[in-house]
Design a protein around this ligand. Sequence first.
Ligand SMILES: Cc1cc2nc3c(=O)[nH]c(=O)nc-3n(C[C@H](O)[C@H](O)[C@H](O)COP(=O)(O)OP(=O)(O)OC[C@H]3O[C@@H](n4cnc5c(N)ncnc54)[C@H](O)[C@@H]3O)c2cc1C
Length: 415
Amino acid sequence: MKRDIIIIGGGIVGLCSAYFLQKSGRKVTIIDENDITDSTSFGNAGLLSAFDKSPLSYPGVVLNTLKLMLRGQSPAIIHPSFDIKVYKWLINFMLNANEKRTKKTMMLFEKYGEISLNLYEKMVNEDKLDFDFHRDGMLSVFTEDKSYNERLKKYDYIDEERFKILDKSELKEYLPSANSDKIKGAILFKKNARFDPGLTMIELKRHLIESGVEFILNEKIESIRVEAKEVKHLVSSKNNFYEAEHYIMSTGYQTILASKCNKDLMMTPAKGYSITFEMDKEFTPKVSTIFNDLFVVMTPRRNNVRFTSKLEIGSDDTSVVQKQIESIKKNFFEYNEKFEMRNEKYWTGFRPLTPNDIPLIGRDEDINNLTYAMGLGWLGMTFGPAVGTIINDLVVNDKKNAQSDDILMFSGFYQ
Ligand SMILES: Cc1cc2nc3c(=O)[nH]c(=O)nc-3n(C[C@H](O)[C@H](O)[C@H](O)COP(=O)(O)OP(=O)(O)OC[C@H]3O[C@@H](n4cnc5c(N)ncnc54)[C@H](O)[C@@H]3O)c2cc1C
């Protein structure tokens, strides 16, 4: 049986692509090697933070990271690796850490962030999906004078719709646990949003099933048969053959299938952690809070709170390393009053990180019926819907990459 569209990988990117393709009247099948209950799209911070956000490869990142490493506070770890791709990625990352690239990336973040946030709002309002979605801003907290002063220079004007520089008592209101003697400053960026990523995934999946999208779960796609510039079929771990008119690859940080199609994707898995816990209401932050200099995020959620942190390159270890959990807590409590954390749950996942934070989306240049939706890095939840609409436009209108302004602007195949 030949299907219409097969999406390999049901993370946020796969589900969002399915959402828009299904709305365009296409018959969609999602195949996932797991049961879509715990990928990178589940345990993350849930920040929808495309505004006033610098990319990871900002000017000065290398020096700042080295300084934090010397102090034992560094969230970033580069493990020695025999994989040459890791070093190629690092060189590319450093080349992108310049002023010009940062400005361009921030402009793209805002453009596609606005599109995504509006689409999430539409899903919540029109499809009545419960994402625990809040467009209540993001608090940026600085623990270093240098980074705070640099940021203040950038925001030396008044724009009440966009941001507010908080004084100490306002900081305490938003972040009751803050040790205001140690924190250098805080800015509330008002355009960002947040949601519960796991709940969003469950709701989206439920909605897609109800809308007629087919899910084939716990079946890994092991190989792709290509003949005469077309994918002929996929072969799964259960030795099933799947044939379709068009195939979309959204396998997150995993690039093995892409390399089987001779596509060398410039991305690397970057391991991160989250700790989800209950705490007293009096200390719970009012909005999601990012500790810029520590790379720790604290997100309030419906029934609990979540810390996320760490960025490990060159590791494929899927286990939770207790030392990293303790390091996240140590960094956080150095700048916050102590409070009790109850029922802690630890999680780890891999970001599909490109060297310039621009995703790898678009049609394969040699295989006519294959499209990639990969490389969403540390902002996949933020850009999921925008990428879904771009993929939908390419596939439904049978466009080449060069015919899509979005691909030319927002795809790492061109940037
Ligand atoms: C600690 C941490 C915090 C983060 N915080 C944020 C945040 O606040 N805001 C934000 O926007 N982003 C955040 N991110 C990034 C975000 O989580 C990712 O960008 C996003 O989840 C990537 O989605 P994806 O669909 O590409 O991949 P995934 O969610 O990894 O989905 C890929 C799917 O493909 C399946 N798959 C892979 N290979 C195969 C195969 N061969 N056959 C079948 N199925 C396959 C997998 O099982 C998986 O279900 C964070 C990430 C981490 C780790």
